[in-house]
Design a protein. Structure first.
Length: 340
């Protein structure tokens, strides 16, 4: 089975753009759902046995949380100040525990990612502010990229299993480089299943579009064979809304084609008692990190912050308001399957 889950307009519904459970991925812990909100139309979902982040990809929204056994009694409410697109700003977000009912509502078209991880303990819902998200520029030269560390250990510790971050790779640059792994092969200390959820901007550099593309590489080595892990050797063309699942192996580079910025949401979880992002570089390429000391950082990084883009670009659909408001306000909820 391929690790690539290309986006399918025929499989997507009006509300659900991406749906990936651990069972779909063939593993135990990590999942992802991406939903689209129509103006004034609430979407209700259950988290099931998973904790989730509620991460606006496009638009702002309200979030209401209750326990699944007390669905009529609200535990928490948050207003998330979102963004025009993943290429335009860092966003607010929320954490929601397992066994919860979540209602999402926006007065404009919105897209929301709900990365998920199976867990044992139900933690209370909490709000995360965009202004508190550390924005890091990693690498140098053509390997420069932006990392938004909104849900990683040491920054966000209110989670049992789930680890998340966002990356923006400028056109023509490489990220997830040098290739690295976090699996059961030597000498890794932490095992994590990882999801890459891709968005690719079009020619305006900020509006996600199906015209652009990039590449994702995942492969295994002799150490994986020795650990009894199945061989993987895939170099994949990825487009907007595509998902790649990484059960094990070296992942990287992720390559943004010239002209087309690349975004991906990384979601990971594993069996360890403590959340960690520990990784092991492919020893054949680990020397590259030292080479960055003598290279300048790409001046396009960081691309965004909580205040927006440094260059002031806005998504084309943010300048065409009719695309966001010309929808019926039905005023009723639409149930969506568990975000497990």
């Amino acid at each position: 089975m391929s690790i690539h889950r290309p986006f399918s307009t025929s499989a997507a519904t009006e509300e659900v753009l991406v749906s990936l459970t651990p069972e779909d991925a063939g593993w135990e812990w990590t999942g992802l759902r991406v939903v689209r909100l129509s103006p004034g139309r609430p979407v209700r979902l259950e988290t099931g046995p998973s904790e989730v982040f509620v991460l606006p990809l496009r638009g702002s929204l309200g979030v209401e949380v209750s326990h699944v056994d007390r669905a009529g009694s609200t535990e928490a409410k948050f207003d998330l100040d979102g963004r025009g697109s993943v290429f335009s700003a860092v966003t607010d977000f929320a954490y929601v525990g397992r066994d919860s009912v979540v209602t999402l509502l926006s007065d404009r078209v919105a897209e929301v990612a709900l990365p998920a991880a199976r867990c044992a303990t139900r933690l209370e819902a909490r709000y995360g502010a965009a202004a508190d998200v550390p924005v890091e520029t990693r690498g140098a030269g053509s390997a420069s990229r932006q990392v938004n560390n909104f849900g990683v250990p040491g920054v966000w510790d209110h989670a049992e299993k789930l680890v998340c971050c966002e990356l923006i790779t400028p056109p023509g640059n490489w990220s997830s480089y040098p290739p690295h792994k976090h699996d059961a092969s030597e000498p890794c200390e932490v095992v994590n299943e990882e999801i890459y959820y891709y968005r690719i901007a079009g020619s305006d550099q900020v509006t996600p579009s199906d015209e652009g593309f990039g590449y994702h590489r995942t492969y295994t080595g002799p150490e994986h064979l020795a650990a009894g892990l199945a061989p993987i050797d895939e170099t994949l063309e990825v487009r907007d809304h595509d998902v790649v699942v990484v059960p094990h192996g070296y992942h990287g580079p992720c390559m943004a084609a010239p002209g087309y910025p690349m975004y991906y949401l990384n979601a990971m979880a594993g069996p360890a008692d403590e959340r960690a992002m520990a990784f092991c570089d492919d020893p054949a390429h680990a020397w590259l990190r030292g080479s960055w000391d003598d290279q300048p950082i790409d001046p396009r990084c960081p691309v965004t912050s909580a205040d927006g883009r440094a260059d002031g670009l806005v998504p084309s659909y943010d300048t065409e308001h009719s695309k966001d408001v010309d929808h019926p306000h039905t005023g009723h909820s639409k149930d969506v399957e568990d975000a497990r």
